[in-house]
Design a protein around this ligand. Structure first.
Ligand code: HEM
Length: 121
């Protein structure tokens, strides 16, 4: 198969992680999903971590060009989330619910028109 010059290639990581053969009940909010996978056996302990580049977790790439900032990014994200949850009360505006996740090529993000109410505690 020939790939035309200038084509953009990307791994469909969202579709992969939402495949029920990869993650059972992918639509379910299950914060312990990766923990249970790690507990499946000693060879799994270091896998299924957010910053671990692995064939089943390609968010940060894989192999010799995997993202070198991935552990920093994961730690930073945890600190930001902890500060937001600890210091603010967060609420959707009247009548609004959690926005649908949007997709563009290999990227996913939240509805950019959505507003969130934040009150410092
Ligand atoms: C959530 C945040 C981040 C995500 C999702 C992310 C994801 C990625 C991905 C997918 C790649 C490409 C890997 C490949 O080509 O196979 C990459 C490369 C890279 N990332 Fe990140 N990254 C993040 C944060 C960071 C941070 C915080 C730094 C630096 C402090 C960083 C530095 C780099 C560098 C230097 C490369 C190029 C590596 C190379 O080509 O050898 N990234 N990243």
């Amino acid at each position: 198969m020939a790939i035309p010059a200038g084509s953009q290639l990307a791994f469909a990581s969202y579709e992969y992680s939402m495949d029920p053969l990869v993650n059972a009940n992918p639509q379910e909010f299950d914060p312990m999903r990766s923990y249970r996978k790690r507990m499946a056996g000693p060879d799994q302990w270091d896998l299924h971590k957010a910053g671990m580049a692995h064939r089943e977790n390609l968010a940060f790439g894989y192999g010799s060009q995997a993202c070198p900032g991935r552990r920093f990014a994961v730690a930073e994200r945890k600190v930001i989330m902890a500060c937001l949850l600890f210091e603010f009360e967060l609420k959707f505006t009247e009548g609004r619910m959690r926005p649908k996740t949007q997709h563009l090529n290999q990227f996913c993000f939240t509805d950019q028109s959505m507003t969130l109410m934040m009150k410092q505690l």
